[in-house]
Design a protein around this ligand. Structure first.
Ligand code: SF4
Length: 324
């Protein structure tokens, strides 16, 4: 008996194997977990919403992209803000935070190989003298900016870099919450740091979708709708707050399910359409995009499996998820 999730994404010609393994015609046989688990992270959901072809390039073709200096700086600033709360409240000063910048960068480079080359000369942002020093100064400036927005001596986060995961009708939703504050009455505040500037209303939806996604997961996990969603934009020193309600989160749940159905359809049909927008200017895959004169690579034989692979679709990007 095949798992109940199968019908929605069964490509033509596939068959179920007696042991629950699944074989896709034209692709490699694969087993187990894939047939039982479907997973989606807010980053991949946002990719598909922005442009199905971009989703394909990232998840199916798996075209590698190098982290940008800006994205790496976002990762560094997040690390500093997280570690600062290891100190007793009265020691969480600007100087203490800035003093964490260099050691945290050294740790990140050691732990994440993809960050090692990010400051190589040649990048527009870092091609001048004292590459690392100037870049680290930029990170320190963002850390200082945070103190104008929040006072860490008066905060005692319940969680930092909290991994959250829940299942909604067989679809696993997962992600990392930068900070979770819990008030004395149990109210939850979900906080996300952004090292860029607050977006115009035109682009605000993406950030709010991510926050509502986390709120939905927390609601399902803890049985309480978070009282506040808070986006802290260090790039221009602004805080955006949103008070969600159950109707909001039910709408997000419907949206996530519809998105997953659309991803399955695109995977089975091999139909990954480009969606042009102003965000194309920041697309990592523009050179492969037919709308910009590029040619996509041929679809791999195991394209359906890759498109729905929970390890990729549910993956939370260590760098990009923390930096925009
Ligand atoms: S350049 Fe634009 S249309 Fe093309 S893949 Fe990227 S986001 Fe999609």
């Amino acid at each position: 008996m095949p798992p109940s999730t199968a019908a929605a994404w069964r490509p033509p010609g596939d068959r179920w194997l007696p042991d629950g393994c699944r074989e896709v015609v034209g692709g490699a046989a694969y087993a187990g977990r894939m047939t039982q688990v479907r997973a989606l992270s807010p980053s991949r959901a946002a990719d598909f919403m922005q442009c199905p072809l971009m989703y394909r390039f990232r998840v199916v073709d798996r075209i590698p992209t190098a982290p940008s200096p800006a994205a790496a700086r976002g990762t560094l600033v997040h690390a500093v803000l997280e570690r600062l709360f290891d100190l007793p409240a009265e020691q969480r000063t600007v100087a203490a935070a800035v003093a964490l910048v260099r050691p945290q960068w050294a740790r990140l480079v050691e732990e994440q190989a993809e960050l090692a080359g990010v400051l190589d000369a040649g990048s527009d942002e870092v091609a001048e003298v004292d590459v690392e020093g100037r870049w680290l100064d930029g990170a320190a400036a963002l850390v200082r900016q945070w103190f104008d927005l929040e006072d860490p001596t008066r905060l005692e986060p319940a969680e930092r870099e909290l991994y959250v995961e829940t299942e909604v009708d067989g679809l696993v939703l997962r992600g990392y919450v930068d900070r979770l504050d819990v008030a004395a009455d149990g109210a939850l505040r979900v906080v996300d740091y952004k090292t860029g500037r607050s977006p115009s209303e035109l682009f605000e939806g993406k950030a709010l979708f991510q926050m509502k996604f986390y709120a939905l997961v927390l609601w399902r996990l803890r049985g309480v709708v978070p009282r506040m969603l808070q986006l802290v934009y260090l790039g221009n020193g602004e805080i955006v707050r949103y008070v969600p309600d159950e109707a909001d989160l039910l709408a997000v749940e419907r949206k996530v399910k519809a998105l997953w159905a659309a991803i399955e359809r695109a995977a089975v049909d091999g139909d990954w359409r480009p969606r042009q927008s102003r965000l194309c200017d920041w697309c990592d895959y523009k050179e492969y995009c037919p709308l910009w004169g590029g040619t996509p690579p041929p679809l791999p034989d195991d394209a359906v499996r890759r498109a729905l692979d929970p390890a990729a679709v549910g993956a939370v990007d260590v760098v990009s998820a923390t930096s925009d």
